[in-house]
Design a protein around this ligand. Structure first.
Ligand SMILES: Nc1nc2c(ncn2[C@@H]2O[C@H](COP(=O)(O)OP(=O)(O)OP(=O)(O)O)[C@@H](O)[C@H]2O)c(=O)[nH]1
Ligand SMILES: [Mg+2]
Length: 291
């Protein structure tokens, strides 16, 4: 059994074990989750296109927050596609320097599928982290497919990292990003065209509240990081408890996971294979009979 008290003390081994149980749906992980005390801790989501500098930025953020004596947990969600192996390794190397710092907890997860999508257990895992003594919980995901929308649902503050690409047409930025971003980080501002890019970004219609911040950074040189921390703090204050409406969505997702857990796709295919060989196959009858 996982000890909630150990997790509340910040024991990294207990935390890692709890996360493994949840990831693998083993043991009485649901019973454990039901013991978690209520928490008003906030989650910071960092998303954006591949290679925008999310990990470098996260690393710089950890550095800044450690200077302020804060404790930080970071969850990185990487697509399980073989193409991202290098990036995954990159994250590890980049963030390795925190390996011996007991105040920094970093875990990488595979995402749900090749199209991205948060790891199926990210809601539960982040809830466990909330019980541990971290001041900041950061989730980094590559903004592909569904991930952006999902991270915005989970995070209390969503940071979208963009890069001023030469000749990049700002209109090409997916309007979806405009809706989810609480903070835009324009990273790699050592590149030419950064100011123009920021000006164009400022012209874009943002999320309803109009509070969206735009921060320029050079993550590799630790530039703009203090400003980013201030902006995060400001957004955390503004956003307050705006996420309560999302609890129903989270509950829906969790219920769906529970209901579907006994459905095995392979078994389903085998059963269908057998069923279609019989006369008068009807998919709806089949579902009713088997599931
Ligand atoms: N010139 C410049 N390069 C940067 C900056 N920030 C990051 N980079 C570089 O950009 C590359 C990608 O950085 P990452 O931090 O791995 O980017 P990422 O968004 O985490 O990448 P994925 O997780 O693979 O999507 C690395 O080679 C970084 O060194 C910056 O501010 N300026
Ligand atoms: Mg990364």
């Amino acid at each position: 059994m996982i000890s909630l008290a150990d997790i509340q003390k910040g024991n990294p081994k207990s935390l890692a074990r709890a996360i493994s149980l949840i990831e693998n749906s083993t043991g009485d992980y649901l019973g454990f989750l039901a013991t978690l005390p209520p928490s008003s801790k906030k989650i910071i989501g960092i998303t954006g296109p591949p290679g925008a500098g999310k990990s470098t930025l996260t690393d710089a953020l950890i550095g800044q927050l450690r200077n302020e004596g804060k404790k930080i947990a970071v969850l990185c969600v990487d697509p399980s596609s073989p193409f991202s192996r290098g990036a995954l390794l990159g994250d590890r190397v980049r963030m390795n320097k925190w390996y011996n710092d007991p105040n920094v907890f970093i875990r990488s997860f595979a995402s749900r599928g090749s199209l991205g999508g948060l790891n199926a257990k990210m809601i539960e895992i982040s809830d466990v982290l909330k019980a541990a003594p971290f001041d900041y919980i950061i989730i980094e995901t590559i903004g592909v497919g569904q991930t952006e929308v999902e991270i915005a649902g989970l995070a209390d503050v969503t940071i979208v990292v963009l890069v001023p690409e030469a000749g990049d047409d700002i209109q090409a930025i997916k309007s979806g990003l405009m809706e989810i971003a609480d903070i835009f980080v324009v990273n790699k501002c050592d590149r030419t065209g950064a100011d123009q890019f920021v000006m164009n970004l400022q012209q874009m219609p943002m999320k309803g509240t109009n509070n969206t911040a735009i921060i320029k950074t050079i993550a590799t040189e630790n530039k703009g990081i203090e400003e980013l921390v201030s902006a995060i703090q400001e957004q955390l204050n503004i956003n307050g408890n705006k996420k309560t409406g999302l609890l129903a969505e989270r509950a829906y997702e969790l219920i769906m996971q529970q209901k579907m857990k006994h459905i095995d796709m392979q078994e389903l295919k085998t059963n269908i294979d057998a069923a279609v060989k019989e006369d008068g196959f009807n998919l709806y009858k089949f579902i009713k009979a088997y599931y």
